[in-house]
Design a protein around this ligand. Sequence first.
Ligand SMILES: Cc1cc2nc3c(=O)[nH]c(=O)nc-3n(C[C@H](O)[C@H](O)[C@H](O)COP(=O)(O)OP(=O)(O)OC[C@H]3O[C@@H](n4cnc5c(N)ncnc54)[C@H](O)[C@@H]3O)c2cc1C
Length: 480
Amino acid sequence: MQRYSKFDLVIIGGGAAAFSAALKAETFNIKTAMVERGIVGGTCVNVGCVPSKNLLGAGEALYRLGNPSYSSISPCYEYGFDFSKTIRQKDSLVKYLRKQRYYDVLSSLESVKLIEGNASFLSPTRIKVENKNNNHKVVEAKKFIVATGSSSYVPPIKGIGDTDYLTNIEALSLDKKPSSMIVTGGRALGLEFAQMYSRFGTKVTLLQRSNRIIPEHEPEVSSALTQYLSEEGIDIITNVKIKEIYQKNDTKFVRISGNNGNINTKTLEAEELLLATGRKPNTKNLHPENAGVRIRQNDDAIIVNTEMLSSAPHIWAGGDVVGEPMLETVAAKEGATAAENALTGSHKKIDFLSIPSGIFTSPQVASVGLTEKQAMERYGVCDCRILDMNGVPKALIVNKTKGLIKMVVNPNKNNRIVGVHILSDMAADIIQEGVVAVRYGLTVDDIIDIVHVFPTMTEAMKLVAIAFKQDISKLTCCAE
Ligand SMILES: Cc1cc2nc3c(=O)[nH]c(=O)nc-3n(C[C@H](O)[C@H](O)[C@H](O)COP(=O)(O)OP(=O)(O)OC[C@H]3O[C@@H](n4cnc5c(N)ncnc54)[C@H](O)[C@@H]3O)c2cc1C
């Protein structure tokens, strides 16, 4: 069956970027369609941030039972943990948030209509939308916003086609807790899943191709996190080349060697193998070429300019489909920016330098702006201070002293803050002050001049700023 409909704006996708765009379109009362082929809400609420942070929280609660942060409290060795029930409570949360934050929001939008099915471009102004029953209709629009997100990247490893591996989707919904798991990938997703399962009681081995985990982050952060995760019992192997994977009955085998002769070829085995080797923009089968939308050769991301406009003059794109940084709030910002530019011609741009990122391990990693290396490359000069978290009164007071904060400044610009990198409890919250500093060009003196609440973890920001001026070990708790 073929039907035909016309809209002012068609948004392809139903995740964070698409919803932001739809909310913006509603304010202009534009006749809009949202086309979604899967479950409304997209990655974050269904198979991303929400379920993973919920399960990480469960892992943290379990871990604290056996590892209380006060020596006066005895560890609890006998406690109940029902893995299936944990997964089910996560499912309820996801269901609740999906309804409340996505379906209900969508139904409240009077000018936005949901069309279910897979969209692909037929021409610059028409898409084909095919539903699960293979019925399709043609939808025409003056303007489009592509917000199709990303999927797990599956690397071309020998044997991968014959091995049952997990991606984030399956790893968030297993029926039973695996006794052992090999995680490939030492960035945000790999690390979060590694710690989550390790704390559930799974023996986890993490393989990382480069010489350290989170290679884009500051080396001090990377090495301290490696130490903490290793102390918790996660085997982290870096500089790994995966030669082959295979499966016998339910056991998965990974044959590895070293990238630089550091490891003799050996075979690891585990009950489950999780691929966390990156994400790939969803442009396959979208046929962007039929609409004049160009994609990048190396990662299939839609190429956009700073206003989120693609190579076609009436098609914008946002979210994971335009590549890194692939983050929920970035997707939302890009979707809203794309819609505003599409509907008002306002040429709005996003300041990518001040976009923060977080990794929700414990301790957390959070970062904004330039690393020391990037600052050196950009300015030819930089200055940095590192403060261990045991120099922060609140961290000492509540026995959460793991980690550090590093501040990067441009000494040629009055010590303007260009980067903040944190490994600590609540790092993803503390970083917001760094975001404001980088976004509005604040200097070390500006941060020192701000009165912080005592005792809080955010005092780490002020103390590391003071460290540019004086020896902070010679200060009282909250003197300047
Ligand atoms: C395990 C995990 C944990 C994460 N944790 C965090 C976190 O803690 N913090 C954070 O900031 N980010 C996190 N992220 C990243 C975050 O989830 C994504 O950046 C964000 O969801 C991207 O939003 P989006 O709108 O671009 O894409 P999506 O939310 O993926 O939405 C795209 C939608 O488009 C649909 N679609 C695709 N192709 C078509 C088509 N041809 N036709 C119709 N519909 C189509 C898909 O079905 C999907 O629903 C995590 C990701 C994962 C996988």
